[in-house]
Design a protein around this ligand. Sequence first.
Ligand code: GLU
Length: 291
Amino acid sequence: MNPIPPEPYRGRFAPSPTGALHFGSLLAALGSWIRARQADGGWLVRIEDLDPPRTVAGASLAQIDTLRRFGMESDHKPLWQSERGDHYQTVLDSLIAGGHAYPCACSRNDLAPFDGRHPPHCVASQPERPPAWRLRMTETTVRFMDALQGPQSFALQTGDDVVLKRTDGHFAYQLAVVVDDAAQGITEVVRGADLLAETPRQIHLQQILDYPTPAYLHLPLLLDAEGRKLSKSEAAMPVDAADPLPALRAAIRLLGIEPDGGSVDDLLRHAVRDTDWRRLAGIRAIPAPPI
Ligand code: GLU
């Protein structure tokens, strides 16, 4: 009998267009791109432009262009989440029909006395305002194996009811990321360890929707000189698209290898050859390099 061929690998990079591509995002892009190329698989870019108040005009195209200058191009036309409202609504409707989602007008202040969790009944101080839609969470333990961070186990609690659609009518990250990872056939999610704690909720939602669960690899977080997580402003330091070599070399070094090559293409080719993920196993955070 022939062995079952391995599923074709498909990875993705999913930036939010809140500004220029920054170094932390470059690391996530590079990590996911190398992983896809090592597996001889596909690499897709998805623009997570779901939050109009935070979206900067022109930032998505600028990020795509910056990625190109760093030698990374999506194998298919990038997916724009702002164009996918109908898909998200269809999935939300199925969750509502299945009793998994409920309308809720509670504000953050209303939930503060409950540690941010949602009590069994809404406590909205303005029940007449347009509702958000929340996922009804049940007590369950989600376990998964992270390719770098090792075995993970998270106890989800009743009331940990993530927002799927916001009170302003925009769909929330948690719903969109799960719908799109499935729609794009993503087999492995490679991203920063700041999203590790979101993963169990996403897996839980995949299970409710009967979607496959991809593999996960969470890259180390970048720390400042004092060992603290980089602040938003430091982390948002844009990379220089006109002169990609210094930032690309710095990002490659963070993957535990010595950059080899004098051009973007050479550096990338050698990074695919040399990156050995075992060297990064269990590393949750690393100091950000000077560039
Ligand atoms: N859009 C998210 C960000 O830029 C990444 C989400 C993900 O990779 O799942 O932080």
